[in-house]
Design a binder for this molecule. Structure first.
Ligand code: MTE
Ligand code: MO
Length: 532
């Protein structure tokens, strides 16, 4: 009975085929994990070296097209970094697993894929913008990754092919003499290598700056900020706190790993179109005339109603003091600042030397040394300008120059070279889609900002009706946001609330929706709520 018998012998063969490929995939994945473990350990031990995985991630950040970046900011918010890292890891995992599966039959092809990946990692690591070590040292983690991964792959795939009849490829079948124990032993060894690498990274991968920061005592400023005016804070549950706690302060940067900039050996260079170059250590900055100023920071990537804005008290050296000391030459119109992770930011000179503006090289934030994520040990804070043209974190270099002579990081990616902050307002409460009591009194409240001009008034309207003037918190200074509130008695049903602010120059926010690029969004924030 051939028809009934024929399918029977095929079943075990299919299963065997599947398992050869599956074990190949396991081999591919384990090789990559073992290689990554060793390279991560080396990168953690060596100073100024970026691991190939992180370097590929950094490169992905730099190459992300502007629309994708904006989409990520709007939909993922602060999860954009974990999402990107996960994307890189999943891609590498899929490619190495597929290579391993193919390698069960064609090991040379699998090896070629690994060499290709290793070369890409090596290229990214050598040219990584956050790396500071020499090129040979930068290459070491990628080389070790390739060596370990290729060796593990070779050993594991060889076990899959052992005892195959000579001269014949084993196809996808597991060879008759397949050494299950041997494969398992090699797989466990690869796992152990990966785990050891991870442990070394945990122990040595910490930040030297973190330890030093704990020992920093901030000096008393020559000019302290006056107390926050009593009426600046409105008592509305759910409104943004007047001063944003450091742990809640938004974070926007291109650094997948927070740059480690120890104060031991820290030097800030001020050069370019100046009469005397300056070089200052961390203590030199602490010893200078320090100002304490409350300034609201805003990101150009903040969508209408977004979270990328925060108000803090900054302690720092006025930039104009340093520029005056260095002696700016005629013809200069810009300062190009550079961070330890090689971010370049261009700032108009007039905003930095304006005696009424108090641009700072900040060392303190809300009473503590700058948090690592917010630029420890030193960053710029310039009232009135979006962060991408002013707020350089992990600052190491200031070059007095001309806008005509350079292009900053974001400017080469479709953003404006100069970008003053646009007048904006946000509804904090009620939240979108909230249910509020019909007939009751509902507080509508939020914040409005127009740094270096100041907020003059805020208005709210319901369902496109007449604009109503909101109550404002007492003005602190022109560089900080103001809280606002308005009492509403809604009728039952669905309603749309809108807000708009007018700044001290008399300019009222436009209804026209502008995208984030090139120089900041416009439009009115709104929420839809249901009164029941
Ligand atoms: N080194 C470095 N500094 C940087 C950036 C960056 O990517 N790298 N991003 C800038 C941008 S776009 C903004 S809005 C502010 C955000 O500062 P924060 O993260 O402390 O809120 O930092 C600025 N300084
Ligand atoms: Mo930004």
């Amino acid at each position: 009975m051939p028809s009934a018998a024929a399918p029977c012998p095929r079943e075990p063969t299919t299963r065997v085929r599947r398992s050869a490929r599956a074990l190949g995939a396991v081999a591919g994945l384990l090789s990559a994990v073992a290689g990554a473990g060793v390279s991560e350990a080396l990168a953690a031990v060596l100073h100024g070296v970026t691991s190939p995985l992180l370097a590929v991630g950094n490169r992905a950040v730099d190459l992300t097209p502007r629309p994708v970046k904006e989409w990520a900011v709007e939909t993922l918010g602060s999860h954009d970094k974990p999402a990107l890292v996960a994307g890189v890891l999943v891609t590498v995992a899929v490619v190495t697993a597929v290579a391993g599966a193919v390698g069960a039959r064609r090991p040379r092809l699998a090896l070629a894929v690994f060499v290709g990946l290793g070369a890409a990692g090596a290229a990214a690591a050598v040219t990584d913008r956050s790396a500071t070590a020499g090129p040979l040292l930068r290459l070491l983690p990628a080389l070790s990754l390739l060596l370990v991964a290729a060796t593990v792959l070779h050993v594991l795939l060889a076990r899959l092919r052992r005892d195959a009849p000579p001269g014949r490829l084993p196809g996808d079948d597991l060879p008759a003499g397949f050494d299950r124990r041997g494969f398992l032993r090699a797989a466990l060894a690869a796992g152990a290598v990966a785990a050891a690498g991870g442990a070394v990274r945990e122990v040595y991968g910490g930040s030297a700056a973190a330890g030093e920061r704990a020992g920093v005592r901030l000096p008393v400023p020559a000019t302290a900020a006056p107390a926050v005016p009593a009426g600046a804070r409105l008592a509305v549950p759910g409104i943004s706190p007047y001063l944003t706690p450091n742990r809640d302060f938004y974070r926007v940067d291109t650094a997948l790993k927070v740059p480690d900039v120890p104060i031991d050996g820290y030097r800030l260079r001020i050069h370019g179109m100046v009469d005397h170059e300056l070089e200052l250590g961390y203590q030199d900055l602490l010893d200078r005339r320090l100002l304490e100023r409350r300034i609201t920071l805003t990101c150009v990537s903040n969508p209408v109603g977004g979270e990328y804005v925060g108000n803090a008290s900054w302690l720092g050296v006025p930039v104009r003091d340093l520029l005056r000391e260095a002696g700016v030459r005629p013809g200069a119109d810009a300062v190009r600042s550079t961070s330890a992770d090689d971010m370049t930011i261009g700032t108009p000179l007039h905003a930095l030397d304006d005696p009424d503006r108090d641009a700072l090289l900040a060392i303190g934030m809300n009473g503590v040394p700058l948090p690592l994520k917010h630029g420890f040990p030193v960053r710029m804070v310039v009232p009135g300008l979006y962060g991408f043209v002013s707020a350089t974190k992990w600052l190491v270099d200031l070059e007095v120059t001309r806008f005509a002579d350079f292009r900053a990081y974001w400017t080469t990616r479709g953003y404006a070279a100069e970008a003053p902050i646009k007048t904006a307002s946000r509804i904090d409460v009620p939240r979108s889609f909230a249910r509020v009591p019909a007939g009751g009194e509902v507080p509508v409240a939020g914040v409005a900002w127009a740094q270096d001009r100041g907020i003059e008034s805020v208005q709210v309207r319901v369902d496109g009706g007449p604009w109503q003037r909101a109550e404002l918190g007492t003005a602190d200074n022109a560089d900080t946001w103001r809280q606002w509130q308005w009492r509403w008695r809604p009728t039952a049903g669905n309603h749309t609330l809108e807000v708009r602010a007018t700044d001290a120059t008399g300019h009222t926010q436009t209804a026209r929706r502008a995208p984030i690029a090139p120089d900041g969004s416009t439009g009115w924030d709104s929420v839809n709520v249901t009164a029941v």
